[in-house]
Ligand binder design. Structure first.
Ligand SMILES: [Zn+2]
Length: 325
């Protein structure tokens, strides 16, 4: 007879100037022998428009066979209520002008800016976890994939167990590029947790703002397989054929501002060679082509922007450098 339990509690993440509390709900699933088995922490929607992860956790709640669970699962479906309510990626400057992007501040600071305080409160759960999953979604027209720290074998095993067709390894800290540091990526939850010796993955389960049936189901199945991998649920993780590639190196960015028309012949999921035309940025008033964007590496085209209005520096496409299939 299992004595597994599900409890939930509302916690305060931070206070607004008015005194209003920002709170969210933390779900705790305690299985048998919880103290002798791992704790998995999973959160969604720290970027509040990325709501597929929230839907994944709702379905996970219904499908988790609690009577078969060993160990503990801690789930936070809305890690950032501020950006969730704004259906946004970052918080309005009036609320956090120092750190508008919550995923640049981990492990947070209990006496810092709004996002730093919110992260520090959630970090009290993350610091106790043996594995961490930070659910995100990417831009429109992007292959679902899982990101993990390059060279971190335990995180790679989590990524493989989660089960998307594409896995992306990302160099971090001293192995990373100047751009990686300049963009504040060392403050990502995944990076901070891995630095804390906790294996961590970031699934990017398709794109923002919409609940997409296929990717959401893939996310629920991924979490259940992850629990099997951690021996927290019975059963084995199926063998899969996955493509392992490297993140970021093959990004194509706009060199000019204007309207971007992606090349109509291209589709995400295609293998591309170096120098392939991915689209044109043009001046919307004069029609003059300003930037003929081409790939800088060969690899797998896993993202191609469909958002036409671009500013110089925006990412137009992602090409993953394939390491293994
Ligand atoms: Zn995100």
């Amino acid at each position: 007879m299992s004595d597994a339990t599900h409890t939930s509690e509302e916690i305060t993440l931070a206070r607004l100037s008015s005194g209003v509390s920002i709170s969210t709900t933390v779900h705790v699933y305690r299985g048998d022998a919880a103290d002798d088995h791992p704790t998995l922490y999973v959160q969604a929607a720290q970027h509040g428009r990325e709501i597929n992860g929230t839907e994944v956790l709702r379905r996970f709640h219904d499908r988790l066979p609690l009577e078969s669970l060993t160990g503990t699962v801690i789930a936070v479906p809305v890690a950032n209520p501020i950006t969730f309510d704004h259906v946004s990626y970052t918080a309005p400057a009036v609320l956090d002008s120092v750190n508008p992007n919550m995923n640049r501040v981990w492990p947070g600071d209990a006496s810092g800016s709004l996002h730093e305080r919110m992260a520090a409160r959630l970090w009290t759960y993350i610091a106790r976890a043996d594995a961490v999953v930070d659910l995100h979604t990417g831009s429109p027209d992007m292959l679902p994939h899982v990101v993990f720290r390059e060279g971190d074998e335990r995180s790679r095993e989590l990524a493989e167990a989660f089960g998307t067709d594409l896995l992306l390894s990302e160099a971090a800290d001293e192995d990373a590029s100047d751009e990686w540091h300049n963009r504040g990526f060392s403050g990502k939850l995944r990076v901070a947790a891995a630095r804390n010796e906790t294996p961590t993955i970031t699934p990017e389960i398709s794109h923002s703002r919409q609940i997409l049936e296929g990717p959401v189901e893939e996310g629920v199945d991924g979490l259940l397989d992850l629990l099997r991998h951690l021996d927290m649920l019975p059963g084995t993780v199926p063998d899969r054929t996955q493509t392992l590639a490297r993140n970021h190196l093959g990004r194509v960015t706009a060199t000019e501002s204007g309207l971007f028309r992606p090349a109509p012949s291209l589709a995400v999921g295609e293998r591309v060679s170096e120098g392939v035309e991915i689209g044109t940025v043009y001046d919307p008033t004069t029609y003059e082509p300003l930037h003929e964007a081409v790939t800088s590496h060969e690899g797998l085209l896993y993202a191609l922007s469909q958002e036409a209005t671009v500013t110089a520096g925006d990412e137009l496409a992602g090409v993953a450098l394939i390491r293994e299939t």
